[in-house]
Design a protein around this ligand. Sequence first.
Ligand code: ZN
Length: 119
Amino acid sequence: MIVKEFVIHRADINNHCPNCFSARGMVFSFIQNQKENSWVIITAAEIQEQLFCQHCSQEIYPGSWDEAIERVYAYQRKCFQPMPSEVRLKKKGKIAVGVALMFLLSGVGLWISLQNGWL
Ligand SMILES: [Zn+2]
C-alpha cells in the first residue's frame, strides 16, 4: 500500500523558537495521510501536526511548546477543513464488489427458490 502525505494547512508563525529563540522561520504544518492500493483509497481521520523551525532546522515537539505557541496552535487548528475520512473504491474495487454482490444475490435467490420448490 502506498502512503501519501498531504499538507492540508501550512502557516508561518511569529513565535519564538524554544531552541534557538529566533522569532522568524517557525512553520506549522498539518498533515493528513492517505493509503492507496489498486483497489481502494483510504483517507485517515488522524491529523498530524508538525512545528518546524527553519532557523535551527529542528522540529519543535509539543512537550517544548510554550503557552503562546499553544494558543497559535489552537487558532491554526480551526483555520482549515480536514479531508473527510473515507474509504473510496477504485474501478477495480467497484467491479470486485459488484461481482461479489451478484454472486451473493444469485445464491440467495437460488436458495429461496429451492426452499419454496420453485425449481
Ligand atoms: Zn529554532
